[in-house]
Design a protein around this ligand. Structure first.
Ligand code: PLP
Ligand code: ZN
Length: 400
């Protein structure tokens, strides 16, 4: 039988999607690992079908999928050359149906909702997860409930609202809203598949398996990933732990979690060698998607990153914006500021340590820049004006 598990007190609990937190230590629960025989089915069409044995689902229902996953792993040759880096890749999660990695977790959690006979799902989000949850609810014919912060921009509200959820902009503390959503969920039978939902986290594992196969059935040496609530990093690391326990790899990649310095509770706790983090006051960063002063999966991230021999870094907004621009201009990848923290973190680290010439490095590019245009006042795009008549002359000036 399937169970939830607490990584801290190691106790197992019955599955309860309405309150996936440890009754003893309040930390988020994860799906306990299954001991059944497992294999990949690479001949299948959908990413989740290929990895079904590694997911806590009895079967895949193809019409619940929007075609998430199987995103490109792009070699960043110019970046390698310019900064003298070993083989470097971007796992481009902006290619997902709603333009972020969240779809991978949502599709698994929606399968769970359907198998439990639930008709209502919800999420608390500042952006990407709201759109993803609302889109998959629409596809599955479920009602969705989306709670966003009161100061969420029109563009972000629109990118979730278009799918027709019941949408609330909520005044008040975001951390309290997160906790309250579970009470509301329990009361009204709404499955709130929030950032550290155990099934959502299971879905994120698929990115790890895919990366392994894209590198010719080998793990990269390093993985850089932006961290907010922590669910994504937890899922990715679990994927490589699975590959290790299946005997497919000898060693997990080293994980480097990256936060924006202006809201970096985990980077701070890591630097101070603390086992648990404390709330970050006055968060301020351009990377809104990862600006969570009180991340629910934060203590798990600190624990597993330490056990992994990895690290958590903080990068400045200036470093983030430079990296974002570089990826667009030099590599053709338009990511959001949260994703750009990965390159910013790598460049920061490369000044302090040297990588082996054959160490493969993967940056997980989690979300599209097209969804954060409203954050980008600081960006100067040089659009010149011209009449039709003078256009050719102006081009001549540019080229001369
Ligand atoms: C683009 C982007 N990157 C990274 C993250 C961080 O993921 P997590 O909250 O699972 O740590 C988020 C989500 O909140 C996001 O929207
Ligand atoms: Zn516990």
């Amino acid at each position: 039988m399937e169970h939830f598990e607490c990584l801290f007190c190691r106790k197992k609990y019955p599955v309860d999607v309405f309150h996936p937190f440890c009754p003893s230590c309040s930390e988020p629960l994860l799906v306990a690992r299954s001991r059944r025989p497992r294999a990949f089915h690479l001949e299948k069409e959908l990413a989740i079908e290929k990895c079904l044995d590694f997911l806590p689902l009895p079967e895949i229902v193809p019409h619940l999928s929007l075609g998430e996953g199987q995103t490109p792993l792009i070699r960043l040759s110019r970046t390698m050359k310019k900064f003298g880096l070993p083989p470097l890749y971007a796992k481009n999660e902006t290619a997902n149906p709603t333009a972020s990695f969240k779809d991978r977790g949502t599709v698994v959690a929606v399968h769970k909702a359907i198998s439990l006979g639930l008709k209502k799902i919800g999420t608390v989000s500042t952006g990407n997860m709201a759109g993803s949850t609302a889109a998959y609810a629409a596809k599955a014919g479920l009602r969705s409930f989306v709670f966003v912060k009161e100061d969420t921009s029109r563009e972000k509200i629109f990118s979730a609202g278009i799918y027709g959820p019941v949408l609330f902009t909520v005044r008040g503390d975001y951390g309290r809203l997160f906790r309250q959503s579970f009470e509301i969920g329990k009361k009204f039978g709404i499955y709130f598949m929030n950032s550290v939902d155990p099934y959502r986290i299971e879905g994120y594992k698929v990115t790890g398996y895919e990366t392994f196969f894209q590198l010719g059935s080998r793990p990269p040496r390093y993985i850089f990933v932006p961290v907010s609530a922590g669910g994504h990093l937890i899922g990715l690391l679990r994927a490589f732990q699975d590959l290790t326990s299946e005997g497919l790899i000898k060693k997990c990649p080293t994980f480097v979690g990256v936060q924006a310095r202006g809201c970096s509770p985990l980077a701070r706790a890591f630097r101070q060698k603390k086992a648990t983090f404390s709330r970050f006051s006055n968060p301020k960063t351009i990377a809104h998607a990862i600006s969570n002063p009180n991340p629910p999966g934060g203590n798990i991230v600190l624990k597993i990153v330490r056990e992994n021999g990895g690290m958590i870094l903080g990068v400045s907004d200036t470093e983030i914006l430079k990296a974002q621009r570089w990826l667009a201009e030099q590599e053709g990848i338009f990511c959001d500021p949260a994703s750009a923290t990965t390159l910013a973190g790598l460049l920061q680290l490369s000044k302090k340590m040297s990588f082996g010439a054959r160490d493969q490095i993967v940056l997980v590019i989690t979300g599209s820049g097209l969804k954060t245009l409203d954050d980008m006042d600081t960006f100067k795009v040089n659009a010149q004006e011209s009449s039709l008549e003078s256009l050719a002359n102006k081009i001549e000036t540019v080229l001369s």
